[in-house]
Design a protein around this ligand. Sequence first.
Ligand code: ADP
Ligand code: MG
Length: 352
Amino acid sequence: MEEKISNLGELGEFGLIKHLTRDFPLSQASSIKGIGDDAAVLEFLSGRTVVSSDMLVEGIHFDLSYAPPQHLGYKAVAVNLSDIYAMNARPTQITVNIAVSNRFGIEYLDKIYEGIRHACEVYEVDLVGGDTTSSYSGLILSITAIGEVDETKITERSGAKDNDLLVVSGDLGGAYIGLQVLEREKSVFQANPDEQPDLSAYQYPIQRQLKPEARKDIPELLEKLGVLPSSMIDISDGLSSEALHLSDSSNLGVRIYEDKIPIDPAVIKACEEFKLSATTIALNGGEDYELLFTIPLEDHDKIKGNPHFSVIGHMTEAARGRMLVARDGAEVPLQAQGWNALSNDNDSPQQD
Ligand code: ADP
Ligand code: MG
């Protein structure tokens, strides 16, 4: 599109919607009608439909001074799709609700939609609708994701059994320590705008924070390996909190072994620099968007040695409690600290 309009007021609501959503072709068979009517029309011929929403609020979930708008759009989609994958489902459509103030130019919103479009391509989902409104203060991005799954393959939080193995994909703690790096660089920059930070050593954790990926590959891989998790959840608030969710929903205890928690060497190095315990960050940091799931003991051989998976513990009878087994063998109760408890100042945002 050639038109160059940087003032949202000039464009008007309908012009803006038309502009932002102009380039979103439909690719899913279940998308009958997308943007342009009062509602989208979908058709699912079999199986179950799953629906999940997440909201990202400026100043709470992101800081525009270091979150590039393309990444923000991408992340908003990815974190929603992560919830769909956690149900062992395949996402098919999203809707996008956005509230903006007129301090944002159209170019800025274009970049957010560039990120959204990129995520739609990577994860093979159709943008089929949304809503656009103005906001006096911050930017709000709320996304709803829709997906499909065979009825027999849904992985709920409540399905874990006693003695099941607790498994996590990828590695943990990167997103939180990446945020610490970004916050530090922001304050350095504010003190001395001429300083050019060298962030090359922190590339991995920063990418985990700014442009996380949802684990589309994990449900596919598990299917290929012939493993159906008995329960599953995605890690948005930290390993500890999510393990407690599985434990609560399944009415079981859980044991996590500290030495089995997967943490990338670059994350360990950054934690040392910040004088933070890498285990604490992995347990409570959050925003890693890995999948945490349980499998029956008999399936261990099917995932053993696979670089995408780490067996970090197992489920127990409820009476045995929910414990972290430290490297020295000491057992410490798992706590759902989440983001808030990690920060020193009381007015720091609560992530959800
Ligand atoms: P209504 O007045 O019925 O809510 P709108 O004018 O808000 O309709 O929206 C017109 C069409 O554009 C609808 O298909 C809606 O889903 C879509 N839409 C509106 N805002 C967005 C957005 N931010 N992203 C994607 N689609 C949107
Ligand atoms: Mg509307």
